[in-house]
Design a protein around this ligand. Structure first.
Ligand SMILES: Nc1nc2c(ncn2[C@@H]2O[C@H](COP(=O)(O)OP(=O)(O)OP(=O)(O)O)[C@@H](O)[C@H]2O)c(=O)[nH]1
Ligand SMILES: [Mg+2]
Length: 215
């Protein structure tokens, strides 16, 4: 039996749904690719393709099958997700990753509008879901502003939030260094339940999985 067949037969012990949301060009595709393969390295001149509607992707780690909902960020799509198909998008959600472009301060008000609406939906569909905000593209701001700008963004996004405020976690990320992988690792750790330590030790020993950074 080949390794490939064995991997295919891996027992699914749990399923988790992760929703990636934010305004257009904030970096969801890029972050999603990192979730699917932490070794993938983006290039500065990679072509950009806007996500139309939404895409789903899957990855299984240690018996936990993750389904990623990578949502398009254009206004028409966001309004549709929230008003027309909220159950498809937020039903069964385990984790929201809301991605904000650190450079686009003028759009922060719109980002907050959609973040607040997403929280309302999560409060309906699964108030226990984990909530993360990535302040992304940190590589684009000068060192002198690396504390001040994220601080301002955090304060702004948390304004007037009355539900689930205490559990919102922020990560400052850039796909051009290790910060995105660190945030992703924290999210995987929060979602993966180690059901079977022996199974994991065995897999590590036989190098049948390459997700060891998440163990
Ligand atoms: N400098 C920098 N650029 C980034 C980073 N993350 C993503 N980008 C760039 O931002 C652009 C948009 O990235 P995507 O990942 O396609 O954005 P998206 O949120 O999926 O966009 P839509 O699907 O249009 O809503 C691309 O040119 C990426 O290369 C980052 O951390 N730093
Ligand atoms: Mg996209």
């Amino acid at each position: 039996m080949t390794n490939r067949k064995e991997n295919k037969q891996e027992k699914i012990l749990a399923q988790k749904k992760i929703v990636l949301m934010g305004l257009a060009e904030a970096g969801r595709n890029t972050v999603c690719k990192k979730f699917l393969n932490e070794k993938w390295v983006p290039q500065k001149n990679d072509p950009y393709h806007a996500t139309i509607d939404y895409e789903t992707h899957e990855r299984t780690i240690c018996g936990t099958k993750f389904t990623f909902f990578n949502l398009g960020g254009q206004t028409a799509f966001l309004d549709r997700f929230l008003d027309k198909i909220p159950e498809t998008i937020f039903g069964g959600i385990d984790t929201l990753v809301f991605i904000v472009d650190v450079i686009k301060i003028p759009e922060l008000n719109r980002a907050k509008y959609y973040f607040d609406k997403a929280l309302e939906k999560i409060n309906i569909y699964n108030p226990k879901a984990l909530i993360y905000i990535f302040i992304n593209k940190m590589d684009l701001i000068p060192n002198s502003l690396k504390e001040e700008i994220p601080h301002t963004i955090k304060e702004y996004l948390l304004r007037k939030i009355s539900i689930m405020k205490d559990k919102i976690q922020f990560y400052e990320t850039s796909v051009f260094n290790n910060s995105t992988n660190r945030a992703i690792e924290a999210i995987y750790r929060a979602n993966i339940h180690i059901f079977d330590e022996d199974l994991i030790k065995e897999k590590k020993k036989n190098k049948k999985i390459n997700e060891t950074i998440y163990l």
